[in-house]
Ligand binder design. Structure first.
Ligand code: WT7
Length: 654
């Protein structure tokens, strides 16, 4: 698409109606909103019946001690049975659950029957190591099927798992092992990243040398790369030695709906990581329902692919629990999108005829930067629904995604949720909603979300404020592990009886919700609140800009001054007039007040491994401070590169 037609598209503020065929056969229709509105708890009780319960719940929600919710509390179920065994019992054992694609090109097709055998053996193995219901198991693995098997084995025996993303350092691993008081660690010798084996086990050895990790009795090690690995006798055991010799049968025991399923740590910007606790029945109900509704999953025919890592909540809810509870066939890919070439993802879509793709805006913008010609080389015609998650998706990226990946056929669903919410909360429905580039739009059926001002009053259409959730939901976090007070303080104290998500948001004239980023990322410029997301979005709508990150730097005149860091598109030159051109472009889009004071072209932006821009570090640069903690950056040399460019940084100042 030419830049001109792209600009026209955006000017029209177009909506995209659902494709007629999709709408006619959609899993969920507009009627669901009505039904859920008339009887919210009845609606969720109905969704809980998607699961197989050993004891059906009679009570949907116990909210007698808010905000400590109990969903389906007298119901009993086994989560792994729901994700695996029941599909085999239904005669679907030969259906592929996971098409695994390793980065080096090795593949495995794992059927539901295979998965059942693997999970049973792993459950027996953990039991042999003395793991009992309630014991915590830390999992530190690359994106290989054993990660899903290990999670499901823990779920099967009622041992809450705590995944630690394989890109995290031994420090991060150690604090998470300590906080959860883990008894066993499941890891691998390493995984493949960017064409090379990348070791994992040394970080485990290092973490376990720290005080406070003594309760870890065993380290189970998957052999993935075959690289030499240090070994601690009596503690370390190979996965293949331990698991392969186990019995293939294991009787799943039912647990209470509120039995802890997992702890997942969110880093937050400061302080010690928060162990977000999720439980069983409500979590599985909402992940299964939302996966069915938002992606319109047809398990008999769809091939679903979520590109997240299992170490993030997206991987928990939309690789493991939601899709497997629904009996989906999915792709799991180990590596990076540009190994061995920048078309690897699209090659995978073509190879497995992927029909539903779920990824993040940062990945989409990276692909935009690499160029339209790359996806154009592959047959992507199997795709029918595209999803986005992780941060606000700017309209340009949204349109690019729909056009270049979805061939202008596919709905794009922008899904807002958090580690804490456990499952999708605000999103279009592909067969119902006329989608709007850049907006997550509406709360799902059964979800109550709105935008409020400082005094907790709901804002009218056309106004901005804070996103809050006004009613409990089945997959909500139950607490912060070991710290109920912090749970209250962090989420329930800002607004009375409302869950505060920490995100700024606005409602447009149609009442649709637009996310504006974390409230810490809202700038105050001469008495105006301006969101970093909106300025970034305006910058990226300029044809020469591929990516932008905006921060507010303390300023004596205006309280904060807008500073922008931009990555230019492949062909754009960093010439004299560029900075002024970009500043005027933002002024035209958002008004002169939003004109960045400084704009600095850079080659890379500092990002966490989950793709979030670390604005804190950019603020340090903009305010000429020494850099804060850079340990969670994907690549800490990025900051050196940016700093090296600083002498010219004042260009565009006036
Ligand atoms: C934060 C939660 C949810 C799984 C991945 C991130 C931001 C997430 C969107 C979206 C705008 C979004 C929010 C949220 N976020 N999805 N569709 N539009 N912002 O999980 O690491 O817990 O981060 O990510 O700021 O609060 P997480």
């Amino acid at each position: 698409m030419s830049n001109e037609s792209l600009a026209n598209l955006l000017k029209e503020e177009r909506r995209f109606a659902p494709p007629a065929e999709l709408a006619a056969n959609a899993n969920v229709t507009a009627e669901a909103y009505e039904r859920a509105k008339a009887d919210r708890l009845g609606f969720w009780a109905e969704q809980a019946r998607r699961l197989s319960w050993e004891t059906e719940p009679t009570e949907t929600l116990d909210w007698s001690n808010p905000p400590f919710a109990k969903w389906f509390k007298d119901g009993r179920l086994n989560v792994a049975y729901n994700c695996v065994d029941r599909h085999v019992e239904a005669g679907l054992g030969e259906r592929v659950a996971i098409h695994f694609e390793g980065e080096p090109g090795d593949t495995r097709a794992i059927t539901y029957a295979d998965l059942q055998r693997d999970v049973c053996k792993a459950a027996n193995a953990l039991t042999e190591l003395g793991v009992r219901a309630g014991d915590r198991v830390a999992i530190y693995l690359p994106m290989i099927p054993e990660a899903a098997v290990a999670m499901l084995a823990c779920a099967r025996i009622g041992a809450p798992h705590s995944l630690v993303f394989g890109g995290f350092s031994s420090d991060a691993l150690a604090t998470r092992i300590q906080d959860a008081d883990a008894r066993v660690v499941i890891t691998a010798d390493g995984g493949y990243r960017r064409g090379k084996p990348s070791a994992l086990k040394p970080a485990v050895d290092e973490a376990l040398s720290r005080p406070g990790t003594e309760n870890v009795r065993n380290v189970v090690v998957v052999r993935r790369t075959g690289e030499e690995t240090a070994w601690t006798e009596d503690r370390d055991v190979w996965w293949h030695d331990l698991v392969e010799r186990q019995s293939e049968s294991h009787t799943p025991q039912a647990f209470e709906a509120e039995h802890p399923l997992f702890i997942l740590y969110t880093s937050g910007t400061t302080g010690k990581p928060k162990g977000i606790l999720h439980t069983s029945g409500g979590y599985l109900t909402q992940t299964a329902y939302t996966h069915h509704a938002v992606f319109d999953l047809k398990p008999e025919t769809d091939v679903y692919w979520c590109t997240a890592d299992v170490g993030w909540v997206t991987g928990h809810s939309y690789i493991v629990y939601g899709p497997l509870a629904n009996g989906a066939t999915q792709v799991m890919y180990e590596g990076t999108p540009d190994t061995p070439h920048k078309g690897r993802w699209w090659e995978i879509v073509q190879k497995y005829k992927v029909t539903i793709l779920y990824t993040a805006p940062t990945a989409i913008r990276t692909c935009m930067k690499w160029g339209d010609d790359i996806p154009a080389k592959f047959d992507l015609s199997s795709l029918r629904v595209l999803g986005s998650v992780g941060e606000p998706i700017n309209p340009e990226a949204w349109i690019w995604y729909r056009h270049n990946i979805g061939g202008d056929r596919t709905p794009v669903v922008d899904t807002w949720w958090q580690t804490e919410t456990g499952a999708i909360m605000v999103s279009p429905l592909p067969g119902v909603t006329s989608t709007k580039p850049g907006s997550a739009q509406v709360p799902l059926p059964g979800i109550a979300a709105t935008v409020v001002d400082d005094e907790a009053n709901e804002v009218p259409d056309g106004a901005g404020g804070y996103l809050v959730l006004t009613e409990p939901w089945p997959s909500m976090l139950r607490t912060i592990w070991g710290d109920d007070q912090r749970y209250l303080d962090t989420y329930w104290s800002r607004f009375k009886d409302r869950y505060f998500a920490g995100d700024g948001a606005k409602k447009d004239d149609d009442g649709d919700i637009w996310l504006l980023g974390r409230v810490d990322d809202v700038m105050l410029v001469s008495g105006h609140n301006i969101s970093t997301t909106e300025v970034e979005s305006a910058l990226v709508s300029h044809p020469k800009v591929a990516e932008a990150a905006v921060v507010g730097a303390t300023d004596p005149q205006t309280t904060q001054a807008i500073c922008a860091f931009v990555i230019l598109r492949g062909t754009a030159a960093e010439d004299e007039g560029l900075v002024d051109e970009l500043r005027n472009h933002v002024a035209k889009h958002l008004g002169p007040i939003a004109k960045p004071k400084r704009i600095l072209p850079v080659d890379e932006l500092p990002k966490t491994r989950s793709g979030k821009i670390m604005r804190r570090l950019l603020r340090d640069i903009a305010e000429n401070r020494t850099l804060g903690d850079v340990t969670t950056l994907t690549d800490s040399t990025v900051m050196d590169l940016i700093q090296a460019k600083l002498p010219g940084a004042s260009a565009g100042e006036d």
